[in-house]
Design a protein. Structure first.
Length: 113
């Protein structure tokens, strides 16, 4: 999923990266490397490296691009083939989790008008 991006060949799990990105964009006072390291359970050196990558991503972003929607829904789906004799359904060994983002169409209306 991260192939071809600045986060390619990352040693962090997808969950750690998503938590780090969430903290990076939502902490009002700024996010220090020791704070990030404590939150995602990595060394300060690793946290510093990822904060640098996030800042590079922000600097390279193109402000002329517009999002399809102001609101997005995120969901994880599991994709995988059959495993004869193995567990079926959610939690099967040969399923791969995929993170999906979907734009939402939100119409704002005032009740009673």
């Amino acid at each position: 999923m991260l192939g071809g991006t600045i986060l390619d060949n990352s040693n962090l799990t997808l969950l750690q990266i998503l938590i780090a990105l969430y903290l990076f964009f939502t902490v009002n006072r700024g996010l220090s490397a020791p704070d990030l390291a404590n939150n995602i359970d990595v060394s300060v050196k690793t946290a510093r490296r990822y904060l640098r990558k996030f800042r590079i991503l922000m600097a390279e972003s193109n402000n002329e691009k517009s999002l399809e929607s102001l609101f997005y829904e995120a969901d994880i789906i599991e994709v995988g083939g059959r495993n004869p004799g193995g567990k079926t359904g959610k939690g099967s060994e040969n399923k791969q989790q995929v993170l999906m983002f979907f734009p939402l169409t939100v119409t704002m209306s005032i009740p009673g008008t």
